[in-house]
Design a protein around this ligand. Structure first.
Ligand code: UTP
Length: 291
């Protein structure tokens, strides 16, 4: 049995330029889907998959993320004294236990690979999960939990993938598919933002990874890739020469909340799933949509 996955890394140091001016003073990870910040969805998914240590790689202007995962005693007392027990219960349920969170800073946004490298001392010498909070999923069970199953079977590095239209592959990391079912197939190659004609498939990396700690030594070389950034895909491509990678074509639907349309679609989808507001929301939506 491979070592259990206990630690998850959440890189949240990006600039979020696609959401300016909203993200000038507020991190994009704190934008809300219905009434919960984007980052909360990834943390809940990690917790469901058995994660016990949540490591955030933050940057300047991101301290509100740290506050979000802390208690707010004055607020709790006020809610208690006003009898707002539902709200209080929600706050408490979503909070990690004291000591389960760690924060480190990526001093410059040099790329996702660099952000992950910044977490090396907090992760140590064990396999870990990497969740890009921009990617929010509707899936049962959660995507990371689906991946943990594939990891436990093989001890391999694991990457969640999904299909996109072939003309869109050049915006993403793309994997080559070898033998095996959707729940766990051999990854034969990886490439970041390939030209359509160079892409090994139309299976893109969807923002969830389980990685063995040897990735850190490769990231420490600080090799720049696509867009002049230190890319995690490049380090994984090198690691693939010595270690197995399993792809999981997860069951569920993704929303790319790093883009405006994906973020808005996530709000609609999650609102329609909420029994407390879905009826009224649907009737308002019908009033807006062209007949
Ligand atoms: P994105 O490519 O979406 O970049 O990063 P971004 O800067 O956050 O957003 P835009 O493109 O300017 O709107 C994907 C993930 O990697 C993190 C981001 O926070 C996001 O979770 N990231 C990216 C870092 O933590 N550091 C980096 O240097 C780059």
């Amino acid at each position: 049995m491979p070592k259990r996955i206990r630690v998850a890394v959440f890189p949240v140091a990006g600039l979020g330029t696609r959401f300016l001016p909203a993200t000038k003073a507020m991190p994009k990870e704190m934008l809300t889907i219905v009434d919960r910040p984007v980052i909360q969805y990834a943390v809940d998914e990690a917790r469901e998959a058995g994660i016990e240590h949540f490591v955030f790689v933050t940057g300047r202007n991101k301290s509100v993320i740290e506050d979000h995962f802390d208690r707010q005693l004055e607020l709790e007392w006020t809610l208690e004294s006003r009898g707002k027990t539902d709200a209080l219960e929600t706050l408490r349920r979503e909070l990690p236990i004291a000591g389960q969170t760690s924060f480190t800073r990526q001093q410059e946004p040099l790329g996702l690979g660099h952000a992950v490298w910044c977490a090396r001392n907090l992760v140590g010498n064990e396999p870990f999960a990497l969740l890009l909070p921009d990617m929010v999923f509707k899936s049962e069970p959660g995507v990371l939990k689906q991946m943990v199953g594939a990891y436990e079977e093989t001890g391999n590095n694991v990457i969640a993938v999904e299909e996109v239209a072939p003309e869109n592959v050049s915006s993403y990391g793309v994997v080559g598919r070898g033998q095996g079912p959707d729940s766990g197939f051999e990854v034969t190659s990886m490439v970041e933002k390939p030209k359509r004609e160079d892409a090994p498939s139309n299976l893109i990396i969807s923002g969830r990874y389980i990685l063995r700690p040897e990735i850190f030594a490769l990231l420490s070389e600080h090799t720049k890739g696509a867009g002049g950034e230190i890319q995690i895909t490049d380090a994984m491509q090198t690691l693939l020469r010595n270690q197995g990678f399993t792809g999981v074509k997860y069951e569920g639907r993704s929303f790319d909340c790093g883009s405006k349309s994906g973020f808005l679609a996530a709000n609609v989808a999650f609102a329609l799933d909420r029994p407390d507001i879905s009826g009224q929301f649907l009737s308002e939506l019908k009033g807006i949509l062209p007949a």
